[in-house]
Design a protein around this ligand. Structure first.
Ligand SMILES: C[S@@+](CC[C@H](N)C(=O)[O-])C[C@H]1O[C@@H](n2cnc3c(N)ncnc32)[C@H](O)[C@@H]1O
Length: 300
């Protein structure tokens, strides 16, 4: 991460969502409220405005699919699917009684912004690297309710447990749903393990964690190539933590969590793309839902 610059990949995700949302046939995958929120976030910075202009450019819209095919086939549609999956999981958690949602490395994602006014009794917190979080605070703080908090944290220096336990906006008595979308791959494995351990220890309440992770570049489960690695290196956001789908259950088990769902390309396709002619889908990043395992004596 560049210290003084908002995450380039965070802009890219949002641009990808809007790109898919404006493709004929795919409009229904992204709600109008989400599109409006994405535009609001992008239009607040020079980089974001550039991304919006690109979306209106015929040349860009012609070249982008070719670039995508070379670097990360199917990724813009994948961003939409992974956000749909996480939104469904978050709404389900709220319906089950979870009253705190924490998004770790939220980037310019709009979920908490959209949900916090819909669910005023739920506490929403976003954590991100200082440069990205500061940019988002400028955009969203005005007009936000008291149940939405943005917190600046560099996970390579301060872990989520330390940051949240020292933050007055975090309520350790609430059942808490954690999100980590498109982030773990940028962390060292020791920081990933520290994150899992810390979230487990933060509260004695029910805790659920949904995250995305990536299969190694050498895996047969991925269709990303060396060009992606090169791109991320150049952008100072290299991939650090990769794990095969078959290994992730044992990994979360070792951290004291129980895996309750795993959604790779085929599951996402089945859930969200029925009847859509979608072309090549992204393979490599997948989503995992877990619950913290608490011993009966720890349960409240
Ligand atoms: C690919 S973006 C994903 C953003 C968002 N979660 C989404 O999916 O739309 C990666 C995010 O991870 C954050 N990130 C990467 N390394 C970080 C670190 N060391 N500390 C805090 N945040 C970090 C970046 O600031 C960025 O917002």
């Amino acid at each position: 991460m560049k210290e003084d610059q908002a995450s380039i990949t965070a802009y890219t995700v949002l641009q990808g969502v809007l790109f898919t949302a404006t493709k004929p046939g795919f409009e229904a995958l992204v709600a109008q409220s989400t599109r409006d929120a994405c535009r609001k976030v992008l239009s607040a910075s020079a980089e974001g405005q550039k991304r919006l202009r690109q979306l209106d450019s015929t040349l860009f819209r012609t070249l982008a699919p070719m670039m995508e095919k070379a670097v990360l086939p199917g990724i813009t549609l994948h961003y939409v699917l992974r956000k749909r999956y996480i939104r469904d999981a978050a709404e389900k958690a709220i319906a089950e009684g979870f009253t705190q949602i924490v998004n770790l490395g939220a980037g310019f994602d709009t979920l908490t912004w959209e949900l916090h006014s819909q669910f005023p009794d739920v506490n929403f917190i976003e954590l991100d690297h200082p440069a990205t979080s500061a940019q988002k605070q400028k955009i969203l703080t005005a007009g936000a309710g008291e149940n939405l908090h943005l917190l600046e944290v560099d996970f390579s220096k301060t872990d989520a447990k330390e940051a949240l336990s020292n933050f007055s906006g975090f309520d350790a008595n609430r059942d808490t749903f954690y999100i980590c979308e498109g982030v773990l791959m940028y962390l060292d494995v020791s920081d990933v393990e520290r994150l899992f351990k810390g979230l487990k220890e933060l509260t004695d309440t029910h805790a659920r964690f949904v995250f995305s992770c990536v299969a190694p570049m050498s895996s047969k489960e991925t269709n990303c190539g060396w060009l992606l690695k090169l791109y991320l290196m150049i952008k100072s956001e290299p991939l650090n933590w990769e794990i095969e789908q078959q290994a992730v259950e044992a990994f979360v088990d070792a951290q004291g969590y129980q895996m309750t769902d795993l959604a790779g390309t085929d599951q996402l396709k089945e859930r969200y793309l029925a009847g859509l002619k979608h072309g090549t889908l992204h393979r490599g990043e997948y989503l995992v839902q877990t619950d913290v395992i608490r011993k009966a004596s720890e349960e409240q």
